[in-house]
Design a protein around this ligand. Sequence first.
Ligand code: FES
Ligand SMILES: [Fe+2]
Length: 396
Amino acid sequence: MHNGANGSDPASYVTRNSHGSVVAVNHRVHSDHEIYRMEIEKIFGRLWILVGLELEIPHPGDFKTTYIGEAPVVVVRDLAGKVRVFENVCVHRGTKLVRSSCGSAQAFKCMYHQWTYALDGRLIGVPLSQGYGPSFVKENYSLPELPRVETFAGLIYASYDRSIAPLEQYLGGFAAYAREIMHDGDVEFMGFQRYHVKANWKLFVENTIDGYHPGLLHMPIMLDRSNYAYQPGVGKSAKFGHGHGLLQWPVTRATDWDPLKDLPLTACLSRSEGWNYVSDIFPNTMLLQIEDILTVRQVIPRGHEAVDVITYNLAVKGESEEIKRHRALVVSAQFGIAGVASLDDKLVMEAAQAGAPARYTGTILLRGKLEAGEGDLTDEVSLRGFYEGWVEAMTA
Ligand code: FES
Ligand SMILES: [Fe+2]
């Protein structure tokens, strides 16, 4: 172990200053499989975890499949309209039950021995059931259901922890921002992308809420002929407790946008004022509203060295087709599997992962006023907050 890190004590992997701010993180948290196992239990196995958006399952019978940490789950709107989340596993012999990524169903039937479940989780069909004898009672074999499910501004969350505080309480001071960015859930779905990065899930979150790198790493895309200028000193980086954080800066509007010379991002059609946000609800939700980009990122860890990210690309309900078309163009030009910014970001996230096995185990988060809950846009306040939330969850 290095820098006093002790495998069984996650708090020993961070350094705090006299104000309690996390100012350094041991790089082992990105490369150590034991730490990762602990995260699956203590973070993904306990906290409120994003599993999708309400607009994915608008009607009774609609379902989607996803993961909470590594556990497969199915999110369903039952016939009474209630959103439920089950582990996506047949209780007979543990076979993954629902194989499609989404759809609409009257019931779920396991392909193996064809046990069938109602959308509220009840076991309703067992072929050749007489072989189980009279003591076998179907009521004892419902699908394993997540005990807590809540929705907020169109986002669906589930937790394995029966006694976890209500979601809005967990969001705390960030709740108002989440509502604003999500337009209270009044959004339309325009498609999604899934991309895979060979980096620890925390490096993905870090990169997203890092306001220091855009004007540097992404300089080539900032230097096209646009009026879009990232201005250090304008905007803020803030933390909200429990690991939630955001970057906030004003919308800019290019007046002489030229499609041959400028990035699509630089023509903001949907609004001419207000704020851009890049934010993280700890641990796995990122809400982004940057000019015409409105997107939710769901982070799914894939072992300690890889992550899948699902991005939901959104428009505000009632917007014109022209604005929606532009939003679709901007988000795919900028972010996702072929976006110019995401390609840069993937490169540095994977390079950060490649650096994790070095004997040098420091990674420092010293930028800005260390005692403050917010700072300049390029300060590392949101990152300090993220790792403070990480320690809180890992030591709870
Ligand atoms: S494993 Fe599902 S019915 Fe047997
Ligand atoms: Fe970036």
